[in-house]
Design a protein around this ligand. Structure first.
Ligand SMILES: [Fe+2]
Ligand SMILES: [Fe+2]
Length: 272
């Protein structure tokens, strides 16, 4: 294998089609894991990733205000949920590879790369699971409009690895832990076994992604002799343009290494 990890990441980011992007992502992740096991992992390297990853021409990306809302109790409403989750997962594939491509200049232990390559691989699996569910319902990824603003967090934190870890895994992916049980309930009511099983895979693996975020955020705080909690609050207030909204999944957040005093203070508008 001659490519550096940052180059592999850039290849994934530069692939537009969802299925092609996730196929390449999974292939590179498997190559990385096999090479690490054999003791000859490629260089991590540095790269110049695009500011915006390549994406398919559909779905149309709209301002969240303009994305039509549908009732979750209807088949159309459930397809809309699947489509929204597929879009989140494709975005997550790019977010994890972007982390590996963009911050190659920050020296980190090998386990850091293993964690984020694994997370990128799992997001690729999640996208495929959601795309499969959409297709089982006669739809497909790209059939409905999707939120345009999802790459904002990546742009805002493009120069700040600790900011990226605070906002992406520790806020956005932690939010996924809060909302996924409610989604599973909707599909249980519809007796949609394929989707229930897919969402349960996603729910289980997302705990790991949040935990990687917390682990490496704390690692960097230790390296720079910083107190994690106030630094987390400062970075989220700087880069995340909203307050956090309860209810929180306190149990899964705790499992992922995010204690309540990290997120509860961020539910209030900062007057400091
Ligand atoms: Fe995911
Ligand atoms: Fe994730």
């Amino acid at each position: 294998m001659s490519k550096t990890l940052a180059e592999m990441a850039t290849d994934v980011l530069s692939t537009a089609d969802g299925r092609a992007k996730t196929a390449l992502s999974r292939r590179y992740a498997a190559e990385w894991a096999a090479a690490r096991l054999a003791g000859n992992a490629p260089e991590t390297g540095t790269a110049n990733p695009p500011m915006h990853p390549a994406r398919p021409s559909e779905p149309a990306l709209l301002n969240p205000r303009d994305v039509p809302r549908r009732k979750p109790g209807t088949p159309e409403g459930r397809i809309a949920i699947l489509h929204a989750v597929a879009h989140i997962e494709l975005n997550a594939v790019d977010l994890h590879w972007d982390l590996l491509a963009r911050f190659g200049h920050v020296e980190m232990p090998d386990g850091y790369y293993d964690d984020w390559v694994k997370a990128a691989d799992e997001e690729s699996k999640h996208f495929n699971l959601m795309a499969d569910c959409l297709e089982a319902h006669g739809s497909h990824y790209g059939a409905l409009p999707a939120h345009a603003g999802m790459w904002q967090a990546a742009e805002d934190t493009a120069e700040d690895l600790m900011g990226r870890l605070a906002v992406v895994p520790m806020v956005l992916e932690a939010r996924g832990l809060d909302v996924t049980p409610g989604m599973i309930k909707i599909f249980k009511q519809a007796k949609d076994t394929q989707t229930i099983e897919a969402l349960e895979v996603i729910y289980g693996e997302e705990v790991g992604h949040v935990a990687y975020g917390s682990k490496w955020f704390h690692f960097l705080c230790g390296r720079h002799n910083l107190d994690p909690k106030p630094v987390f609050h400062t970075l989220v207030r700087k880069y995340f343009h909203s307050t956090l909204r309860p209810p929180f999944n306190e149990e899964k957040r705790a499992e992922a290494g995010i204690p309540p005093d990290f997120y509860w203070p961020l539910t209030e508008i900062n007057d400091a």
